[in-house]
Design a protein around this ligand. Sequence first.
Ligand code: ZN
Length: 246
Amino acid sequence: MKLSTDGLIIREQQTGEDDRLVTLLTRDYGVLRAFVRGAKRIKSKSQSATQLFAYGNFSIYRGKDAYSIDEAQPIEIFFDLRNDIEALSLAQYFCELAGELAPVEDDADEYLKLVLNALHMLSKNKRSHTQLKAIVELRMMSLSGYMPDLVACGDCGELTDSGMFFSPVEGQIFCGECVKDHTCIALPNGTLSAMRHICYAENAKLFNFNLPDESMSFLSDVTEKFLLTQTAKKFKTLDFYKMMKG
Ligand SMILES: [Zn+2]
């Protein structure tokens, strides 16, 4: 059986002299691992389309117990990412997140759009690394069923924008009165609005917000804490990114 779908290579491993195993984030079938057989013999166009961060259209053969890539037509390769080790490490983190959080054998169009847009912004230096990290972390959590409830105080329903507190464990916000019963992070002005924007904005507007540098760093700390708390996972690429960032 043959599948045809757009996808992004999010991981590559050498498995033999001439074979590689790649992980793809595909539009129609989610996260999928496939062999690139005879990688050195495959036509050069297909070769570049099966490298890390290559986005393209893939024709994939589904065998009895493995997938293998028959043909690959590159659409965008994101070469620029390789010029900047910090950008490269952040891109690898986005890919690792997608590999963990995106579905398997199911539609993953929203995930693919998110990662592609983030890689585009990253490679063209259109947003700060800190902002892109916060957006990808919180948006991907929201897509994968961990969307926090940021509308009103989780206990009393109070609706205010200032003086609210966020619980990474509960994925809820609380007001100054109710916070005493919860373990929370105080959200300075602007942070809550930015978090709401990342969770609720339509795709076309997702990357359109701004905060002063210090607040953006704080936002990125909050989204990271939320992600690590909820998933209870360690991400090697995140540690590597932080090391590169210094
Ligand atoms: Zn309250």
